[in-house]
Design a binder for this molecule. Structure first.
Ligand code: FAD
Ligand code: SF4
Ligand code: SF4
Length: 480
């Protein structure tokens, strides 16, 4: 009888790809995890118990066929495994690197409780990196041109996933982005130590090979209005993400040295890509030699503290108003930050930023957790008389993002948005209230995850295809 290659979780322990030591990795912005080598990936995939109801798949936003591609990997059928994994995911190598797997697929793996989960994300990364190395990743060229064109505003994961699907169907696809590079937050938000930039660069090249046209340094609201683009294309997609930084209303917010997270991270990413950024050259946005305080407890805050460490900060503190158990950021990232020397000041919130013109300290309250609010989370309360001053030369505010005022920015007051500013769409068709204009990704959901942006981009492409087919059919019927 042939040997069963699966269910090895009882005899084989979980193993993750090697992580570079903290001492080594703080000296550069390269990724901290290596990719599996083939024998380890095969062995780790063989730990899967091939569940009848795979909860890993249920909790993957893309419903990836995880058990099947793990089995193919365990059997050494890597190209088939890759083909299956890419059938449901436009960027498996990105998700394998930066999905919060502990909350999604791996966190729901049935063997997690007693044996530690199958390392799904690392296998997904291994498969796709192997596919790139072996030339298995090919542009999805259309079989025929359909003669209709689509405009996509935003070259982040939602826009790129939609662009790939729509081009494969045969539409002429134009992607507009105000940045000078393709990738959205994958390039200018997320630091290289989580996701190296060449991973996005080769995806962008693949889309260009596929025939997608990019219009970079092109901002809707400055270089064209929504109506201008609507006149040019048969359908439009808004995939602009959310970028308006939430602020903290305390005295001293306007002092030099108090900066929003995206300004700080974008500068660091640009410098890493070889650009010259005057604010970095002048030292204003460089943490080198400074006492840095980052305010916030999400993944953006984790990226800021770890960036500051790599820039050579004298000290890096993260101030968060709740405790470790109640922070929104991934525990894996908190652990990485602690290993790299970041100090977490839990249950602490800024009361004022101190200094004459340049910030010199953060005056912070101690907090305690009170009764749960309507969302069930305990509300932080100030402990009166508990203030302390923490020295700071650079303060980074990482308190989350809201959408910009798109109807105003796009010169489209008719565009319907929610009270939070996210674009309203019909939940079945993903079309906005403006005929032929669709929306997807963070601009619809609010700040979310890459994997959800990809899912939305793929879904909206299907909806736009149905709309465009109906439009073409109507035009033929009218002409005949
Ligand atoms: P975006 O990626 O924001 O792309 C939108 C694009 O639209 C941008 O390129 C922008 O330039 C362009 N645009 C905006 N306005 C205009 C305009 N007027 N004209 C032309 N172009 C315009 N998610 C994870 O899953 N894992 C992580 O580890 C993770 N880390 C993160 C770290 C940081 C610092 C941040 C900020 C986010 C992180 N996220 C993470 C969230 C994730 O990056 C987003 O959910 C995802 O990128 C949203 O994709 P999107 O395509 O909707 O928008
Ligand atoms: Fe897990 Fe994300 Fe991959 Fe889905 S896409 S299997 S959630 S790593
Ligand atoms: Fe395999 Fe875990 Fe998914 Fe079950 S839940 S199919 S064991 S990866």
């Amino acid at each position: 009888m042939a040997e069963n290659k699966m269910l090895k979780f009882v005899s084989l322990e979980q193993q993750t790809p090697p992580k570079r030591s903290a001492e080594e990795r703080v000296n550069d912005f390269a990724e901290i995890y290596a990719t599996f080598v083939q024998p380890s990936a095969q062995a780790q995939a063989s730990r899967c118990s091939q569940c009848g109801i795979p909860f890993c798949q249920v909790h993957c936003p893309l419903s990836n066929n995880i058990p099947d591609w793990l089995k193919l990997t365990a059997e050494g059928r890597l190209q088939e495994a890759y083909e299956l994994s890419q059938a449901t995911n436009s960027m498996p190598e990105v998700c394998g690197r930066i999905c919060p797997q502990d909350r999604l697929c791996e966190g729901n793996c049935v063997i997690e409780k007693d044996f530690n989960s199958v390392t799904i994300g690392s296998v997904e990364k291994f498969l796709t990196d192997t596919a790139w190395e072996n030339g298995w990743v090919k542009p999805r060229k259309p079989r025929k041109e359909l003669g209709q064109s689509v405009g996509i505003i935003g070259a982040g994961p939602a826009g790129l996933a939609a662009a790939e699907m729509l081009r494969a169907k045969g539409y002429e696809v134009h992607v507009y982005d105000r940045y000078d590079r393709v990738g959205g937050l994958l390039v200018y938000g997320i630091p290289g130590f989580k996701l190296e930039k060449q991973v996005i660069g080769r995806r962008a090249d693949l889309l260009k090979d596929q025939g997608v046209t990019f219009h970079l340094n092109f901002e809707i609201g400055r270089d064209a209005s929504l109506a201008d683009l609507k006149a040019k294309h048969d359908a439009l997609l808004i995939a602009t993400g959310v970028y308006k930084a939430r602020d903290v209303a305390v005295p001293g917010s306007g002092l030099a040295g108090v900066v929003p997270a995206m300004t700080y991270l974008t500068t660091s990413n640009k410098v890493g890509l070889g650009d010259t950024v005057p604010e970095f050259e002048s030292g204003a946005l460089d943490a080198n030699g400074k006492n840095v305080i980052v305010i916030g407890g999400g993944d953006t805050a984790m990226d800021c503290v770890r960036t500051a460490v790599r820039q050579g900060a004298k000290s890096v503190k993260c101030l968060y108003r709740r405790d470790r158990e109640n922070m929104p950021g991934s525990m894996r990232e908190v652990k990485n930050a602690e290993e790299e020397g970041v100090e977490f000041v839990w249950l602490s919130a800024p009361q004022a930023f101190l200094g004459d013109s340049q910030v010199t300290a953060v005056k912070a309250h101690r907090m305690r957790l009170g009764l749960p609010d309507s969302s069930g989370r305990q509300t932080p309360e100030v402990i009166e008389g508990s203030s302390t001053n923490l020295p700071a030369d650079l303060v980074v505010k990482a308190l989350g993002f809201d959408p910009e005022d798109l109807p105003k920015l796009f010169g489209a007051p008719e565009l319907s948005v929610s009270r939070w500013g996210t674009v309203k769409v019909d939940f079945k068709t993903q079309m906005t209230n403006v005929e032929g204009v669709f929306a997807a990704g963070d601009i619809v959901r609010g700040a979310s995850l890459v994997v959800w942006a990809i899912r939305d981009g793929r879904d909206v492409a299907d909806q736009m295809h149905s709309y465009l087919q109906a439009k073409a059919d109507a035009a033929i019927a009218k002409a005949s």
